[in-house]
Design a protein around this ligand. Structure first.
Ligand SMILES: *[C@@H]1O[C@H](CO)[C@@H](O)[C@H](O)[C@H]1NC(C)=O
Ligand SMILES: *[C@@H]1O[C@H](CO)[C@@H](O)[C@H](O)[C@H]1NC(C)=O
Ligand SMILES: *[C@@H]1O[C@H](CO)[C@@H](O)[C@H](O)[C@H]1NC(C)=O
Ligand SMILES: *[C@@H]1O[C@H](CO)[C@@H](O)[C@H](O)[C@H]1NC(C)=O
Length: 437
């Protein structure tokens, strides 16, 4: 058994009481999981055993011997949408992990990438996500360093990433292997030059990305803004029910819909549909409203608060609030009165707040060809797995997600969970209609 082996290894390597204590703790946790599985045989389905394997693997990095703290990897500024930036960041982390190096804290971009480089507004990672928390949560797996940690700034080796069709996944991997050995490995800093890390070849399974995402915790200021928005949504939900019991409004459920109906998305998705020969990517406003309205269990409710996450600036027509069936009470930022919260911040932070609001919703509905939606579903799937439910696709799960671009039961949207055992993040970065429910 993998774990037993790890513990023995630690002991062989002279691990003291701390390590053996750690081993005992892990055995205890595993024992609890096994006992639980025995006591509740219903849970022991394929999904449950997959989840167990996922949890175990996910925890194993803490048994690792750590990442070198005196060798660094430097990457170019990270660009594009919030979630492309998150994927790019994770890819940079996993590249550093492969080279057994600490990643020098990269710059993100506060504005959306419009090719004009001077408008990119670099923003340091630690202005958005907690730096120390990241290193704490990802300890032994990947590490972030500061430029002030460098000993000798002259020892920098440039690694030129290739591009184009001839630059295959295998060549990219070979290059990384080469740079993790011999004289290359002696340099204090390896600096990757080339395009945005989001476009680098992918060599890592979904669970490795998920592990990095788990360590990304928003800084207090931003998460408090998200708290405010979530409270607003829940409180309008409670008022529209005529419920004056202020103590209970924290529990008023809401549905979040990531509505992609802006002009530029519509143009992009039509092209994509043509290229992939499908009609399951673009959904009109009408189709979204209809499918959300058909979600099982919602129809019987008297009032359902729906938060519409829309890119307001790109939306030419704000009629997204019209056309909802009776019982559905749609809100966007303006109607909710939270525009002021958002307008204080640049694009990246606004997007991070919206992400958080969707993440915490009781039901999330998005588009499976959107990176934003896909990462939310990935995080919600992780939450579900941690709760240890019996079936991720059942009808009474906590944190359910749906894709409105694919038709599911009763003309509703399709149930959606991320396949954590997928061997690459490709599906999430570029969209898919195989959504594993
Ligand atoms: C990384 O380097 C550390 C320190 O040299 C070493 O103990 C560890 O085994 C290395 N990790 C990997 C994955 O090679
Ligand atoms: C930094 O590295 C360069 C090249 O290896 C070396 O010549 C120089 O003496 C080093 N400086 C310090 C302060 O270690
Ligand atoms: C917005 O769209 C609706 C229906 O699609 C249409 O009736 C309305 O005229 C549009 N409004 C504007 C300002 O374009
Ligand atoms: C999840 O991914 C694995 C590995 O690619 C694959 O074998 C499995 O069939 C997928 N599961 C689902 C439900 O799509």
């Amino acid at each position: 058994m993998e774990l037993l082996f790890n513990c023995k290894l630690i002991k062989l390597m002279g691990g003291g009481t701390l390590n053996s204590l750690l081993c005992k703790c892990v055995f205890f946790v595993i024992a609890v999981l096994i006992i639980r599985a025995l006591l509740f045989p219903i849970f022991v389905g394929v999904e449950w055993s997959n989840n167990l394997a996922y949890l175990r693997k996910n925890n194993s990095p803490s048994f690792g011997l750590g990442v070198r703290q005196e060798k660094f990897l430097e990457v170019p500024q990270i660009v594009w949408g919030l979630n492309n930036q998150k994927i790019a960041f994770a890819r940079a982390c996993l590249t550093a992990r492969m080279l057994n190096r600490t990643l020098l804290m990269p710059s993100l971009s506060a504005s959306l990438f419009y090719k004009e480089l001077d408008l990119l507004q670099p923003i340091s990672f630690h202005k958005v996500f907690q730096f120390d928390k990241f290193n704490e949560l990802c300890s032994g797996f990947v590490q972030l360093g500061r430029y002030s940690d460098l000993m000798n700034k002259t020892q920098v080796l440039e690694l030129q990433k290739g591009s184009g069709r001839k630059w295959t996944v295998e060549r990219d991997l070979d290059q990384l292997r080469q740079y993790s050995k011999g004289s290359f490995d002696e340099y204090e800093v390896i600096k990757i030059v080339g395009k945005n890390p989001f476009l680098w070849h992918d060599h890592w399974p979904v669970k490795d990305y998920a592990k990095v995402f788990e360590c990304l915790i928003l800084v207090e200021e931003i998460s408090q803004e998200a708290d405010k928005v979530v409270s607003m949504i829940r409180s309008v939900g409670s008022q529209s029910k005529g419920n004056n019991d202020h103590q209970s409004f924290e529990n008023v459920p809401y549905v979040a819909v990531h509505m992609r109906v802006e002009i530029d998305w519509m143009i992009h998705c039509k092209k994509l549909e043509q290229r992939l020969n499908t009609n399951q990517i673009c959904s009109s406003k009408k189709e979204i409203i209809e499918r959300v309205g058909n979600i099982e269990g919602l129809k019987s409710k008297t009032q359902v608060v729906v938060y519409l996450a829309v890119a307001d600036k790109l939306l030419q027509n704000s009629s997204v609030l019209d056309g909802w069936e009776q019982g559905f009470v749609p809100y966007e930022k303006k109607k909710l009165g939270v525009e002021k919260i958002y307008s204080k911040y640049p694009y990246l932070i606004q997007s991070a707040i919206d992400y958080e609001v969707c993440l915490r919703s009781d039901i999330f509905v998005g588009n499976s060809f959107s990176t934003f939606s896909s990462l939310i579903v990935l995080e919600r799937t992780q939450k579900m797995i941690k709760l240890g439910g019996n079936s991720l696709c059942g009808s009474d799960v906590r944190w359910p997600s749906f894709a409105y671009n694919i038709q599911g039961e009763l003309n509703g949207p399709m149930k959606w969970v991320t396949n954590m055992s997928d061997s690459s993040l490709q599906a999430i970065s570029y969209g898919t209609n195989h959504i594993s429910c």
